[in-house]
Design a protein around this ligand. Structure first.
Ligand code: AMP
Length: 470
């Protein structure tokens, strides 16, 4: 094959300033396209955290019998306008929304509960034995103001249970969310509240609006607008002024209808039964319209004196600029009206979602390093061209036997290869040089003792297998 020399990209331009006919070579600078604001790459070194999270999610899903559902990223705009609510931040300003080639109004999903409800209706799951329990994970998109811990593309996993209004379902979902963090080693607090039904909220909203009107000069411009449309949104506002006023706002618990109150009590009793510690959060309402009755959030645990963050999780999130209402690692609640709202048969349901980036950040903040998949028992080092070629085949032979081997075929120096073997914390390094190839042998080096032996190349797989099982 003829190999052509590749010339650098150059542009020939007349040198205007010198006003001569001399030609000057100017190297054309290519600008690298950058990440979009609020978007991020997850690099190899972070994958141990992501893998550990996904492993835990699957383990819990299996233990509590939730089936995985893979949902599309694009959904019709209408799905979120109807479910999340027209007057929510998500629908008002955060949707990545566009018209596709056919003119359909589509949106890159900002969350996935509405999608699971759509799927529940679309696939007739109402006819299956209830509750139907599903879990999902994947990217979500919100055109929010990016900052540490808040991205425009972020990842969530979520558990949803459709078809039962029993309080035990709420409690078990809260338990799963809490166990997820606890079993990963992240101490969390569970905050719970009940926001009753749409009907019972009506009176409360009037009371709330009256209260906030008395503090009109302190609350932010957005919240002034919210007062007439949905004053409960003010409770959710992250602005300092609004948060200060909200401290003494009326509490929805005093307006709850009897069945909602009873339901809430039962949820708390079940939580007591399984020793899930919770804090009552009388102003927790969550930002989405579809919630009814139980709402909850999982936040990094805070010390008893309530002023200092006990865990480095909160520290880490704090350092990253995530504080107060923004430090939630996950949240959820009951959404009994959602399926009907989307055109399905009335179906009570409950679920939660957890932010994966914030969980990774919490793990790092506590210096929890999950066991990585980088570890290999065997490293194959080669010296010289012939050995490299033989090594390639030997690597395949090991792989066929199911023995993971690390290698560095791209490197020639033995020292550099042994350094890598150390990094992988290998137990044995196989060294293949020209001499060994000629003799049909290979060196086996015990990395802990430093002892080396030369063995028959044809027997090396069996020898290593035996050593690894000893
Ligand atoms: P939500 O769907 O708003 O209830 O959010 C559930 C969880 O997703 C939150 O507790 C966060 O951990 C995570 N989350 C929500 N929005 C973002 C975002 N913009 N960037 C990163 N994580 C987010």
């Amino acid at each position: 094959m003829a190999i052509k020399k590749i010339e650098p990209i150059v542009e020939v331009q007349p040198a205007e300033e010198k006003k001569t006919t001399e030609l000057v070579l100017v190297t054309k600078k290519v600008k690298t396209p950058q990440l979009l604001r609020g978007f991020h790459d997850v690099l190899g070194e972070d994958q141990i955290y992501w893998d550990a999270i996904h492993r835990k999610v699957r383990e819990l899903a299996y233990a509590y019998s939730f089936d995985r559902i893979e949902l599309p990223i694009l959904e019709p705009v209408e799905l979120f306008v109807r479910s999340v609510g027209k007057q929510t931040d998500i629908v008002e300003k955060e949707m990545f929304q566009f018209q596709d080639q056919s003119g359909a109004n589509v949106v890159m999903r900002p969350e996935a509960t509405a999608s699971t409800a759509r799927a529940y209706i679309e696939h007739g799951m109402v006819d299956r034995p209830q509750p139907v329990k599903m879990f999902y994970d994947g990217p979500m998109f919100r055109y929010d103001r990016p900052q540490a811990g808040r991205y425009r593309q972020f990842h969530q996993f979520g558990f949803e249970a459709f078809g039962s209004d029993e309080a035990i379902i709420d409690a078990q979902l809260i338990l799963i969310a809490e166990r997820f963090f606890r079993e990963l080693g992240i101490p969390v607090a569970v905050q719970v509240n009940s926001i009753g039904t749409t009907e019972t909220r009506a009176e409360y909203k009037v009371e709330l609006a009256t209260y906030y009107r008395q503090h009109r000069n302190v609350i932010c411009e957005d919240c002034k607008r919210r007062l007439t449309r949905n004053p409960m949104r003010v409770l959710d506002c992250k602005e300092d002024g609004c948060r200060a006023v909200s401290v003494n706002a009326p509490q929805i618990i005093d307006w709850l209808d009897e069945p909602s109150k009873e339901h809430f009590m039962r949820v708390l009793e079940y939580l007591d039964e399984v020793e899930v510690h919770y804090q009552l959060a009388p102003h927790l309402v969550r930002g989405l319209d579809y919630y009814t009755r139980t709402v909850f959030e999982i936040v990094p645990e805070v010390a008893d004196d309530k002023s200092t963050a006990d865990s480095s999780t909160a520290d880490e999130l704090g350092k990253a600029g995530i504080s107060g209402g923004q430090s939630a690692l996950g949240g959820g609640g009951r959404y009994d009206g959602l399926v009907e709202l989307l055109g399905g048969r009335p179906t009570p349901a409950c679920g939660f979602a957890v932010g994966i980036e914030r969980t990774v950040s919490a793990l790092k903040g506590r210096q929890i390093k999950p066991e990585g998949s980088k570890h290999r028992d065997v490293f194959l080092a080669q010296l010289g061209d012939v050995a490299r070629r033989k090594g390639l085949a030997l690597f395949e032979a090991f792989r066929a036997e199911g023995i993971p081997v690390a290698e560095a075929f791209g490197k020639s120096a033995l020292k550099a290869q042994l350094e890598l073997a150390d990094k992988y914390q290998t137990k044995y390094t196989l060294i293949l040089g020209q001499k060994e190839v000629l003799e049909g042998t290979i060196i086996v080096r015990d990395m802990e003792s430093g002892v080396q032996e030369t063995v028959d190349m044809n027997k090396v797989i069996g020898i290593i297998k035996k050593k690894l099982t000893e």
